[in-house]
Ligand binder design. Structure first.
Ligand code: UGA
Length: 420
């Protein structure tokens, strides 16, 4: 998120210094090597570096000295108890404060629990030089991995949580090149908008997944139900795709962090606890589907297509594939996996029991069934005749409803999907 934000601000014409304390990351970026797979990012970074609007450094003090606004985009990973770990935010706030020689606007871009702004303000106040003034603001980011640049440049809204007119004016100037609705709020409300948005998206997914289960039990089709429900403009069709549940570094951890901060404030957010439970159930139920179609999992060869938590990213953090593949391997299956971008990262997670293949057909070769976990575009256009010849039996179990059941039936496959 930091790199995308920096590159996009540079594209808008600002001079941007990206800082990280990971020296090897900065070294790679200086050589224009991008550490993640994100469509369009490499070209954007290269173009803005060449035009000298974007530079990288490990020297936070120099970066702060030369900037008017400082955006904090560092990670807030979950602690064991589900709370967001904010030690990184505190450390960086301290370093910024010590480097400030005159007025600075410090902006929280990272997803943080409500009231973090107050702590950042306090940390800066304690550590800054006498007489130096500053403002803290909250400017949550809503970009999605896989379409991060488009989301940044054409957002549905820009939220500015500010405590002064000066901060509001500066932020509006920074975003002047982007056409979007701007919502100005207080800092706490802006922080809450981010947690509430991600939790609501998670709620939509778990809701449709629960409906999908009812569809299976009743013999209905969740795709048609989602269509019918989503046509109501008050509800909308997006984020109503049933499947094996949500993963990634944002929805699961932000949901958990929101439950935790609510508890600390004195409210038990049980609705969100149920959202999480349904999400876990989706993965368990999917493994049961595999088991009930293979009889025994032990010694079966299972082809897996897709490992990343969603298409167009190489991100494996909290990917549903982790629990599913690990359970299959624990039950004695031989897994043959393929993902277009995430295999390097996946190899560090699945240390045994998984053979990484060079493509979907290689994965399918002599397998007892084919499982779709991530709906990459290339999996939507497989040569079904070829696939049928390669598999031991024509069985596809699809965790992302990639194919039409009728089409696969007409090709002679047994096709099992979610909620239909
Ligand atoms: C999410 C939010 O969508 C962004 O707005 C937010 O800025 C970001 O988190 C963040 O906090 O940084 P992201 O994690 O990139 O973005 O991915 P999503 O597109 O939200 O997908 C999350 C998961 O939900 C994926 O595993 C996806 O497969 C799943 N999903 C999504 C469904 O199962 N069904 C759907 O209908 C939609």
């Amino acid at each position: 998120m930091g790199l995308v934000t920096g590159a996009c601000f540079a594209e808008l014409g600002h001079k941007v210094v990206c800082v990280d304390n990971d020296a090897s990351k900065i070294r790679s970026l200086k050589q224009l090597k991008i550490p993640i797979y994100e469509p369009g990012l490499e070209e954007l970074v290269k173009r803005n570096c060449r035009q000298r609007r974007l530079v990288f450094t490990t020297d936070i003090a120099r970066a702060v000295k030369g900037s008017t606004a400082v955006f904090i985009a560092i990670g807030t990973p979950p602690k064991e108890n589900g709370e967001a770990d904010l030690t990184g935010i505190e450390n960086v706030a301290r370093s910024i404060a010590r480097a400030m020689t005159s007025y600075r606007l410090i902006v929280e871009k990272s997803t943080v629990p409500v009231e973090t702004g107050r702590w950042v303000e306090r940390t800066i106040e304690i550590n800054k030089r006498k007489g130096v003034t500053f403002d803290v603001a909250s400017n949550p980011e809503f970009l999605r991995e896989g379409q991060a640049i488009k989301d940044f440049m054409q957002p549905d809204r820009i939220v500015l949580g500010v405590g002064s007119k000066k901060a509001e004016k500066l932020l509006k100037e920074i975003y002047a090149g982007i056409k979007a609705d701007i919502l100005v709020t207080d800092i706490k409300s802006a922080e809450l908008i981010k947690h509430a948005s991600n939790s609501f998206l998670a709620l939509k997914i778990s809701f449709i997944n629960a409906v999908a289960k009812i569809c299976e039990l009743a013999g209905a089709d969740v795709e048609r139900v989602a269509e019918g429900v989503g046509l109501d403009k008050r509800i909308g069709r997006s984020f109503l795709d049933a499947g094996i549940g949500f993963g990634g570094f944002c929805l699961p951890k932000d949901l958990e962090a929101f439950v935790n901060i609510s508890r600390q404030l004195g409210y038990s957010f049980d609705l969100l606890k149920e959202v999480k439970r349904i999400n876990e159930f989706q993965k368990e139920d999917f493994v049961k589907k595999i088991e009930s179609n293979l009889w025994n999992i032990k010694d079966k060869t299972i082809a897996i297509l897709g490992l990343a938590f969603k298409p167009d990213t190489d991100d494996m953090r909290f990917a549903p594939s982790i629990d599913i593949v690990n359970t299959l391997v624990r039950h004695g299956a031989h897994v043959r996996a393929y993902d277009p971008q995430a295999m390097t990262r996946a190899k560090k997670i699945f240390l045994s029991g998984v053979k990484f293949c060079s493509g979907p057909y290689e994965a399918a070769r002599s397998s007892d069934c084919l499982i779709i976990i991530t709906e990459w575009n290339e999996f939507k256009e497989l040569d079904l005749k070829k696939l049928k010849k390669l598999l031991k039996q024509p069985l596809i179990i699809d965790g992302r409803n990639t194919y039409s059941p009728e089409a696969l039936k007409s090709h002679g496959f047994k096709y099992v999907s979610i909620g239909r």
